[in-house]
Ligand binder design. Structure first.
Ligand code: CMP
Length: 139
């Protein structure tokens, strides 16, 4: 099934100069980057992106991290794009992520884990709407 998802290179990925590497991995996987933008989030956007985590003990750390520098946001399209981007990203905690995945190869901690990729069709819809003004429903 062709679908679209939301992906973001976090500030630690930017500092480590990984944007080109991440773009190359996405394209080699046969996925298409439909739109891509370098930007600095403001607190409102960061808190909206991570609203499902509000109230959790790591929420503030997570928001502070994504506000600590520039990010690159991407709209990625292709067959099973949501799951495929999660597979390319690897487990949330880089210590548990397989080698060959973006987090497994480059991540340094659960907060500094290089990349964000929407975890469901629902979050992909919400996140694309926030950053690209895409409609929430797919299909
Ligand atoms: P991301 O894919 O951006 O989505 C939510 C983020 O919350 C996740 O990557 C991690 O960076 C962070 N996160 C999730 N669980 C924890 C945790 N237990 N402790 C700290 N940060 C976490």
């Amino acid at each position: 099934m062709r679908e679209r998802t939301f992906v973001m290179v976090k500030p630690d990925g930017m500092t480590k100069g990984l944007t080109d590497e991440i773009v190359a991995r996405i394209e080699r996987a046969g996925l298409k980057i439909v739109s891509m933008r370098r930007m600095k989030l403001d607190r409102g956007l960061a808190e909206e992106l991570y609203s499902v985590h509000r109230g959790k003990d790591f929420f503030e750390r997570l928001v502070e991290h994504v506000l600590s520098g520039e990010v690159v946001v991407m709209l990625v399209e292709g067959g099973r794009a949501i799951v495929r981007m999660r597979e390319l990203s690897g487990a949330t905690d880089p210590a548990k992520a397989a080698k060959g995945t973006i987090r497994g190869d480059f991540g340094s901690s659960i907060t500094e884990n290089i990349i964000h990729a929407a975890d469901s069709a629902e979050s992909a819809g919400q996140e694309m709407r926030i950053f690209f003004g895409e409609p929430e429903k797919q299909g």
